[in-house]
Write a protein that binds this ligand. Structure first.
Ligand code: ATP
Ligand code: MG
Length: 420
């Protein structure tokens, strides 16, 4: 039996000039990382596709599934790798069509990028088509909209034959769009928002604000599990956790009840922006969706947004909860987000939060405590955990001077950052 390989297809829109090789190289690197638990052969560029082979010559369905989850992958085909002999690739076409499931009509689609090959695509179509008609006498050849297309691709001395493909997550390879800091709670929305910007090529650095020590650390563990669930797709570089409970208590004592949430959020945004600047991230990301809860009215979004100058991306702003939950199921975070955990958002909640904050009142509340000192202190207290499935993640430069022990617990970053 001929060897079985994966042909990885990606969308080529916008991939012109230099962009294209950057994109392809990053995708090759990311696929290598995503497949490291398998016995790999090679991962290399082949004529507008990426070829993945296994050490034993036969890639598995599991490998194809892992490949399909990597951002930048539009489709994955399990192909037979044959030589230029038409008898060999025609019989591979029979196998491929047999594996294609239920179908009534089919056609052969040959392509060649090696012009030196003596047979033209029309001849290949005819030769392979004849063999298939003989092997499947009760099936019909249909040129327009057949149920199955058998692809025969001639490239540099080899022929790849496949009849079915698995749909990939699409998007762009992580690492081609720069770095973002995402505000991650253990709710449904922000894990989905994180995945979405990751799928568009951003290297994600989530920051979670925990209610510790005023609450338990359950939300932190849920966020770690969420990052673990997202990590195989390569989108997560490092998770930061900020113990915010004591500072929330201070805020709750200092500002009017109705402005607590807005004030917490302003501190969270300001701390996240400081982390983003240390990380060299170019934007913040939240899971906000317009009008979903009190803090997500246009007035309140504006009242929080004004404390930062980096762009704030809100990929879910126009999504309904149902759509977000469906996506959470697809990306494997639904069950985790269904679990209840107190985090900083449930701590010291006001009975009636402001839904249309007036800026003068927000500013008066903001100036009623030393917010600069609080933000600086919180940045110094951050803890973090690295995820090594993200090859494009680079830790901040200052970090490299220090040795870091890996362990199951979050590390303290006190000694890492010289905060301003
Ligand atoms: P989510 O489902 O993401 O928790 P939500 O519907 O509960 O969102 P909010 O609680 O208003 O909405 O949070 C809005 C956004 O603020 C979240 O999507 C997330 O980006 C950020 N956020 C909320 N809580 C936290 C937290 N504890 N740590 C970090 N970011 C948070
Ligand atoms: Mg929430």
């Amino acid at each position: 039996m001929p060897n079985r390989v994966c042909l990885v297809h990606y969308h080529e829109i916008g991939l012109k000039g230099k962009n294209r090789s950057t994109f392809e190289n990053q995708l090759v690197t990311n696929l290598h990382r995503a497949l490291r638990s398998f016995e790999l052969g090679e991962v290399k560029r082949v004529s507008g596709h990426i070829l993945v082979t296994a050490a034993n010559g036969h890639v598995s369905d599991e490998m194809a599934e892992a490949i399909s989850q990597v951002p930048g992958v539009a489709r994955v085909s399990l192909a037979y790798l044959c030589g230029l002999d038409h008898v060999e690739y025609s019989s591979a076409a029979v196998r491929a069509l047999r594996e294609a499931g239920d179908f009534y009509s089919f056609k052969v689609h040959a392509r060649r990028s090696a012009t030196a090959y003596e047979l033209h695509t029309l001849e290949i179509n005819r030769l392979v088509g004849e063999v298939l008609c003989e092997a499947f006498p009760d099936k019909k050849v249909e040129m327009h909209a057949p149920d199955v297309i058998v692809y025969v691709m001639v490239v540099q001395g080899s022929v790849y034959v496949y009849a079915s493909s698995r749909i990939g997550v699409g998007g762009l390879p992580v690492g081609t769009a720069g770095k973002v800091v995402t505000l991650l709670s253990s709710g449904f929305d922000s894990p989905v928002a994180t995945w979405m910007v990751g799928r568009r090529g951003a290297t994600c650095v989530p920051v979670h604000f925990s209610g510790r020590p005023q609450t338990s650390d359950t939300s932190e563990w849920l966020c770690r599990d969420i990052c673990e669930a997202l990590a195989p797709s390569g989108v997560i570089g490092r998770l930061y956790v900020v113990p915010f409970g004591d500072r929330q208590r201070e805020i709750s004592l200092a500002v009017p009840q109705s402005l607590r949430i807005i004030t917490y959020r302003r501190v969270m945004f300001a701390v996240s922006e400081r982390i983003a600047r240390i990380e060299g991230a170019k934007a913040l990301v939240t899971g906000e969706s317009l009008g979903q809860v009190a803090s997500q009215t246009l007035d309140n979004i504006a009242a929080v947004n004004e404390v930062v100058s980096l762009p704030v991306l809100r990929p879910l702003i126009g999504s309904d909860k149902q759509e977000i939950m469906r996506r959470a199921e697809q990306i494997g975070t639904y069950e985790l987000s269904s679990q209840q955990a107190d985090d900083c958002c449930t701590l010291f909640m006001p009975r009636r939060p402001e839904t249309h904050a007036r800026l003068e009142a927000v500013h008066a509340a903001w100036d009623s405590f030393d917010h600069d000192a609080m933000i600086g202190d919180l940045v110094e207290q951050v803890e973090y955990l690295d995820y090594d499935q993200c090859p494009s993640y680079r830790a901040p430069k200052r970090w490299r001077r220090h040795h870091r022990e890996l362990g199951p617990a979050l590390s303290s970053a006190n000694d890492v950052f010289d905060t301003e």
